[in-house]
Design a protein around this ligand. Structure first.
Ligand code: GLN
Length: 501
């Protein structure tokens, strides 16, 4: 095997260690990943834009720092795939939409800036459902991403590109965003790890807003420790984001290294583990519960009686906020402009033509739903009611966390479904997020990690861990303990093997 083929299989922490020890250069690592992308991304389509020159330059800068004897930060030289909803100065940022085609933002998001400052090598921008609306990446205006485990299946969404890039060994690290599950559900169906941090834990500056009260950027990787290292790199207070929490970041890396659940109380959410889950998903989930018990945790069932209303509340709150956030895409300030030269149109006509041409059907559906829910006379019945449900869900979490340290559930009801299978049925698509949405509504953190393959189809299954706000470290402690036990049990890193591409 060539050196490049080995390098793409390293974890992020192994890569960083090899670079800082001088065993390999950051440029070689970047080149190995760029070669991998060139070899497989025609079939996977994880990337919308690959920044070959920028990546090699950033890698060369890391090598130069090392040569100058400077101390490298923990992820220096490690390649990363950035979801196309976060700005990177001078690099196309489309949010998977035609309406932003050709827009090159003049500034870095805070996440991007922190990655650059840490010497992380940004390989490119990843595909996503348009404006992060979806669970399959099929709503991208630039064509779907394919799941590396089976190219006829979806990689989850909206961050399917970031998750697929990890599973296809095109990058060891990725950034996603999670408004209702867009980090965790793609992680589940691609056999990777993804974390939605506590709301306010990671800056939203430069994250193109979908639903501002729910959106959260977060780390994705193939192992829990790598995810923790990335979390620590991007988290922390940012004065540029008024919703950013000015509190100390929990030590997620120490928690991932501790990996010890002895004496912990773990609650299985009753409402998220019963009917409606694929048999193999249930089976792997139940096995993980048994493993956590063997490891010394006390596992109990916990009721969260308002969780069944979360999906309905979310699909009022999200479209309402989205319809307002997307009003700025008017053909005047960013990207696409349509129908300007056709007669002498009014500004309203240009805006209307641009929006009709630039937005896809799912985005238009949600703008219409949101505009309706916010309209006078309906506001209290819809948006107001949904906000009350949101409070009840936060109370369910608060009551549960008096009894247990973390909650768990399967991340998604099924393994990856076939491309096209749910495209004509929005409600079936929305139901993928039934287990992930409660944490967004409450602002609490959640992780999905792989817990094996479903026996019936051989596809990855994800388990979700949820913790109280600002206790993100608990996710990593429990996740790392479970990950280590699963690897011991299988005797080989089953979920880290490159699927056949
Ligand atoms: N799938 C959910 C939706 O379509 C979640 C989106 C997200 O987290 N960005 O809204």
């Amino acid at each position: 095997m060539s050196l490049g083929a080995d390098l793409i299989r390293f974890t992020a922490s192994e890569t960083a260690a090899a670079i800082s020890a001088g065993e390999v250069s950051a440029v070689e690592v970047a080149q190995a990943h760029l070669d991998r992308i060139a070899a497989v991304d025609g079939r996977v389509h994880a990337f919308l834009h690959v920044d070959t020159e920028g990546a090699l330059e950033a890698a060369a800068a890391v090598d130069a720092s090392r040569a100058a004897g400077e101390r490298l930060s923990p992820l220096a030289g490690v390649p990363l795939a950035l979801k196309d909803v976060l700005t990177q100065r001078g690099i196309p940022t489309t949010c998977g939409s035609r309406i932003l085609e050709g827009w090159r933002p003049p500034y870095d998001s805070t996440v991007t800036a922190r990655l650059k400052a840490a010497g992380v090598v940004i390989l490119g921008k990843t595909n996503m459902d348009e404006f992060a609306m979806g669970s399959s990446t099929e709503h991208s205006a630039y064509g779907p991403t394919h799941n590396p485990w089976d190219l006829d299946r979806i990689p989850g969404g909206s961050g399917g590109g970031s998750a697929a890039a990890l599973a296809a060994f095109e990058a060891p690290l990725a950034i996603g965003t999670d408004t209702g599950g867009s980090i965790r559900q793609p992680a589940a169906v691609t056999g990777t790890v993804g974390v939605k941090p506590t709301y306010g834990g990671v800056s939203r500056f430069g994250l193109v807003a979908l639903a501002s009260s729910l959106d959260q950027a977060g780390p994705c990787a193939r192992t829990v420790l790598d995810t923790a290292l990335l979390h620590a790199t991007i988290a922390g207070h940012d004065p540029l984001d008024s919703t950013s929490a000015d509190v100390p970041v929990p030590d997620v890396v120490a928690a991932a290294l501790r990996a010890d659940v002895r004496g912990m109380r773990i609650g299985v959410v009753k409402e998220l583990s019963g009917e409606g889950y694929q048999a193999g998903v249930r089976q792997r989930f139940d096995e993980s519960v048994a493993i956590l018990t063997e490891l010394g945790a006390e596992v109990v069932e916990v009721a969260c009686p308002n969780f069944p209303y979360a999906l309905a509340a979310y699909y009022l709150i999200l479209p309402s906020e989205a319809s307002s956030n997307l009003a700025k895409f008017d053909g005047v300030r960013f990207g696409l402009r349509v129908g300007e030269d056709d007669g002498s149109p009014s500004i309203e006509q240009v805006m209307g033509r641009t929006r009709a041409a630039g937005f896809g059907p799912e985005v238009i559906r949600r703008i219409m739903l949101g505009t309706y829910a916010l309209s006078s006379g309906y506001y209290d019945a819809y948006y107001g009611q949904a906000q009350k449900v949101r409070t009840l869900i936060a109370r369910d979490f608060a009551a549960a966390f008096e009894k247990v340290d973390v909650l768990i559930s399967p991340t998604a009801p099924t393994t990856a479904f076939k491309l096209g299978e749910k495209l004509d049925d929005p409600v079936a698509m929305y139901l993928n997020d039934i287990a992930t949405i409660p944490a967004n509504l409450a602002g609490t953190p959640g992780m999905s990690l792989p817990v094996g393959l479903a026996p019936e189809d051989g596809l990855p299954v994800g388990l979700q861990i949820m913790a109280p706000a600002m206790a993100d470290d608990r996710l990593y402690n429990v996740g790392a303990a479970l990950e280590a036990a699963l690897l011991r049990q299988w005797g080989h890193p089953i979920l880290q093997e490159a699927p056949s591409l």
